[in-house]
Design a protein around this ligand. Structure first.
Ligand code: AMP
Length: 558
């Protein structure tokens, strides 16, 4: 079942053994499409424009070729590679990824972003680093102070270029690129390629290779009869969310796809801990083990199989009612293959995708590519779950009333009836039955981070600045931030602080108004509380700010 075709494996990509070892330790079974397309030209030193969103494996696509260049004993202080990206969250993630992939090479990588104390960054910079992963504003700051030099840079990567430009970083990026040697490799990744991204690419990249993912389309008549749904869930809440969705959906048999072997093992364990009967299926298991796992799903001993794509290849399970993508699949192709496993032979199937807030955009890309609608659902709330569980208790009682001989319990009811109302006795009995089914377990609320408005990105782009007193956009809330022009605040500082500290992306933020002593910024109402808490806990341009919902200006009552 494992692919032996060389081009489909990491070994076929001519990566150095230290990198192959790291990938294998991470449980990556095969390269994603963007990796297969980007790694060979990058290893040849070509410039590249890659259209790929988060979740496609784009980080490894640029990180592995960059690490391939690292000399055995590098002692230089100035970085030989720079990755520029829009947010602090991404900076931390990417530098962790580079660290993991380059573990055996001893790579020295440092994330640099606004909001972090400069002296700490300076100390590490002085000791010397190989790769710097930075937001443009802070990188420029260091460049100006002379604490970071770009004259040894051999490779520069612009990651999420469209986001960076949306956030107003165009000039900063140009200044940084101009400070790097002309003889360098320049790589640009972006989820979308609007003209302003293309302009940067044309100006700074030399004869770049262009690759894109997610353009494959379902063949005519191939559209499966599958209800397609997605949920937007913060990473930390994914196991609980999945459990809840499974409770409500009650699949006969389901397959849950994860990206790596480790993820498969962890999720299987967590699901079993939550009372589901789940079996793992991945390339690290013997054929015998895999056959046994599949047998248990087929004969109903297990409800769920948790699998990697490679291990699930070629499986045909008749009972399957649900396919779950625990992460957004790395390509449209993978999505289509996965959901093709349900809805066969005229049966109805359900495909469910869990997307982290940062992966939200990939859903739009998928929708466009498969030309089918994926409806965004709300995670069942604790109240939904309670209602559903009470419904199950009710059904169990009804069944017992219809089927069971209850005469031996009559004495209990009769003896209590002297003292209590029969209704009160029934209520107590229902409570005990409900609790005994394990249905009363405490559940934590999962925050609803489903973006409010539609996913038409272009229609959502709004002018950043507007005049005071304009009505706020629907579904948006205006926040007051007690720092303004006098404190040197620019729109991009607010966007940077908000995207760095919350799940929002640049495009989720509405109009921004900067006054001398304060600023007003529109954020989606659904995220307002989270943004308030996050901004209160951080600094903007190094200063603490009062942050609150803007007071009503006495306008018409809405
Ligand atoms: P990215 O698109 O770079 O944000 O990556 C998305 C996720 O996919 C990350 O969690 C990576 O660890 C994971 N990933 C990247 N490449 C692979 C691969 N070839 N196989 C499995 N997982 C991968």
């Amino acid at each position: 079942m494992m692919p032996d075709d060389d081009s489909a494996s990491f070994a076929g990509l001519a990566l150095r053994p230290e990198l192959l070892a790291a990938l294998s330790a991470l449980g990556y079974e095969e390269p994603t499409p963007i990796q297969r397309g980007a790694i060979p030209p990058l290893l040849e030193g070509r410039d590249l424009v890659g259209q790929a969103a988060t979740g496609t494996g784009k980080t490894a696509a640029f990180a592995l070729p960059l690490l391939q260049r690292l000399p055995a004993q590098r002692s230089g202080a100035a970085p030989m590679a720079a990755v520029l990206l829009p947010t602090r969250e991404l900076a931390v993630q990417v530098s962790e990824a580079i660290h993991r992939y380059g573990r055996d090479l001893g790579v020295r990588v440092l994330p640099i972003y606004g909001g972090q104390p400069i002296p700490r960054q300076m100390r590490v910079l002085e000791r010397g680093i190989d790769v710097v992963v930075a937001t443009p504003g802070r990188a420029l700051d260091h460049l100006g102070r002379g604490t970071l030099r770009f004259d040894a840079v051999e490779v520069v990567v612009l990651d999420e270029a469209d986001e960076m430009l949306d956030m107003g970083f165009a000039e900063d990026i140009e200044a940084l690129l101009d400070a790097m040697p002309a003889e360098r490799q320049t790589v640009l990744f972006s989820a979308t390629l609007p003209p302003r991204v293309d302009r940067i690419a044309r100006r700074y990249l030399r004869d770049p290779i262009r690759i894109a993912t997610g353009r494959e389309v379902l063949a005519k008549g191939e559209a499966p009869r599958v209800r397609q749904q997605a949920y937007v869930v913060p990473r930390a809440h994914k196991p609980a969310a999945l459990g809840r969705i499974l409770d409500i959906e009650a699949p006969t048999a389901a397959i849950v796809f994860c990206r790596t072997r480790d993820a498969v093992d962890q999720l299987t364990e967590s699901l079993n801990g939550r009372g589901y009967r789940a079996e793992a299926l991945h390339g690290g298991m013997s054929q015998d083990q895999r056959d046994r796992a599949m047998g248990r799903l087929r004969n109903g001993t297990a409800d769920l199989v948790v699998a990697t794509d490679v291990a699930a290849r070629g499986l045909d399970i008749k009972q399957l009612t649900h396919v779950v993508n625990y992460d957004v699949p790395a390509s449209t192709d993978a999505y289509v293959h996965r959901i093709g496993r349900v809805g066969r032979a005229g049966r109805e199937g359900v495909a469910i995708t869990l997307a982290e807030p940062r992966e939200y955009r990939m859903l739009t890309t998928l929708e466009r590519a498969i030309k089918l609608r994926i409806s965004i659902e709300k995670i069942p709330t604790v109240a939904d779950l309670r209602a559903r569980r009470l419904e199950l208790t009710r059904a169990a009682l009804e069944e017992s009333l219809l089927e069971d001989d209850l005469s031996s319990f009559r004495v209990v009811v009769e003896s209590l009836a002297d003292e209590f109302d029969v209704m009160a006795i029934a209520l107590a009995a229902v409570k005990l039955a409900h609790e005994a089914s394990g249905a009363a377990a405490a559940e934590e609320e999962i925050p609803d981070v489903t973006p409010k408005s539609g996913r038409n990105e272009d229609a959502r782009r709004q002018p950043r600045e507007h005049r005071r007193g304009q009505p706020q956009s629907s579904g948006m809330t205006r926040l007051f931030v007690g720092l303004g022009r006098n404190a040197g605040i620019r729109p991009q500082d607010l966007v940077g602080a908000i995207t760095g500290e919350s799940q929002l992306r640049g495009r989720d933020i509405g109009a921004i108004e900067i006054a001398d002593r304060f600023s007003l910024v529109e954020v989606p109402e659904s995220a307002a509380d989270h943004v308030l808490a996050a901004l209160r806990a951080t600094t903007v341009k190094g200063r603490k700010a009062t942050v609150r919902r803007e007071r009503d200006r006495g306008g018409p009552v809405r």
